[in-house]
Design a protein around this ligand. Structure first.
Ligand code: GLV
Ligand code: MN
Ligand code: MN
Length: 409
């Protein structure tokens, strides 16, 4: 396991260097220069481990080890390689690296699977460039249509297709994949919360993933001079937005049952110190383990926003994403627990408060997911850190599960 741990550490270190914010965490936006650098590294390693590399029309990367059963469905293993702005070196990347390492172990042990093993590295799970999130996996299963994909633009108005062609990717390649080409999907991820570290347990077997919604709210008012416009003649979009945002936490608290709500992105126009803002666009991220709670909060958020449409303020809300809570496959959960026990690696069951590509794949195939501890529960920040020993233990479990699911001969 030492060699495996060493390889994992070196992949994490290498990939963390592909950031547009050196010294300030990992910022690797989809189809950016850093995406291309990470992409080239991942493809190189896939080839080194004997995989046949391809990309799809969304920019997702696949490394395939053929199975003896011609045309058999693949066991996919991987995660995403984009990041949030000023994020950490592990979110997503740890799961891609786990996939690479499982392939390295297959290669080292000269294993011949019956069903293909495919390492997958996905784009835009975070939605940091094109909004919404989970874009790579939604495109694969077809819940994001080719037209919807084409129409997505970043904050500078650059479309997905333009951005892809800038780094030499071909958006005309196939995007959607038939469900009958996938036998199972496995993902390792850092926990991004404090539970495993507090319990001193290296592995969490994920039972369920929260439901989530992403809204984009636009508040429009009227611009004017900050010095000459009397206070009673203003339609200040930022003041209206601030009043709304300040009331959002109470919606989640009133909902209870662990529901959460967050505004993490806010853009002010024209963004001048002495200009009354005429437009504000902000995000609202809503999550709960129960679909009913998510739906209630969406409704209450919309009502709250509409109640501020007065005195020259206009409001609108767009739902960018809605995903129901997902329970993961019981057979794969049992398999992961059984392999952890056999390897004498302690584990516990856990639920995920973060969204993951795994929840998208669970609509079309059997999905299993494991977590490893996050130091101080921190994630989506430069301090994000997980112990490579835990990552290597997670890989051992995935390796055994992948051998089982691909029916190694
Ligand atoms: C991804 O990190 C998410 O949970 O939004
Ligand atoms: Mn994330
Ligand atoms: Mn992630």
């Amino acid at each position: 396991m030492e060699e495996s741990q060493h390889r994992i550490e070196s992949h994490i270190n290498a990939l963390s260097a592909f950031t547009s914010t050196p010294e300030k965490g990992v910022t690797r936006l989809t189809y950016s220069k850093e995406d291309l650098q990470a992409r080239n590294y991942i493809k190189e390693k896939m080839k080194e481990y004997g995989l046949t590399v391809s990309e799809d029309g969304l920019g997702n990367i696949f490394g395939k080890l053929e199975g003896s059963l011609k045309g058999g469905p693949s066991v996919l293993i991987g995660s995403h390689f984009d990041s949030v702005p000023n994020g950490g070196a592990y979110d997503g990347t740890a799961g891609v690296v786990a996939g690479l390492e499982v392939a390295a172990l297959f290669s080292e042990n000269h294993l011949k699977p019956k069903y293909p093993l495919e390492v997958i590295a996905m784009v835009e799970e975070e939605g940091s460039r094109f909004g919404g999130g989970l874009m790579g996996s939604r495109g694969i299963i077809g819940s994001l249509s080719a037209d919807d994909f084409k129409n997505l633009k970043d904050k500078d108005g650059i479309s997905t297709e333009e951005a892809m062609s800038k780094i030499g990717l071909d958006s005309s390649l196939a995007k959607e994949r038939k469900p009958n080409t996938i036998k199972a999907f496995l993902e390792m991820h850092i926990e991004q919360g404090p539970i495993l570290e507090e319990k001193n347990i290296p592995i969490g077997v994920v039972e369920a993933i929260v439901g989530l919604a992403q809204l984009e709210v636009t508040i429009e008012g009227r611009a004017g001079h900050a010095g000459t416009t009397p206070m009673d003649r203003r339609s200040d979009a930022l003041v209206a937005a601030a009043k709304i945002i300040a009331q959002l936490p109470d919606l989640a608290i009133d909902e209870g049952e662990g529901a959460v709500i967050t505004t993490g992105r806010l853009e002010v126009f024209p963004n001048g110190a002495n200009v009354i803002p005429d437009k504000v666009v902000f995000s609202v991220d809503i999550r709960s383990g129960k679909e009913e709670n998510v739906r209630n909060m969406i409704q209450k958020t919309i009502e709250l926003i509409q109640s501020h449409s007065e005195n020259g303020i206009r409001t609108s809300v767009e739902e960018l994403l809605f995903i129901q809570p997902k329970e993961l496959n019981t057979d794969i959960r049992s398999l992961l627990k059984q392999e952890s026990s056999r390897l004498e690696i302690p584990y516990c069951s856990i639920n995920s408060g973060a969204g993951h590509d795994a929840m998208i794949f669970s609509d079309v195939t059997n999905v299993g997911m494991i977590f490893v501890p996050s130091k101080e529960g921190l994630s989506h920040c430069p301090e994000e850190w997980s112990d490579a020993r835990h990552l290597a233990e997670g890989v051992q479990i995935l390796f055994e599960a992948a051998k089982h699911l691909t029916e190694v001969e």
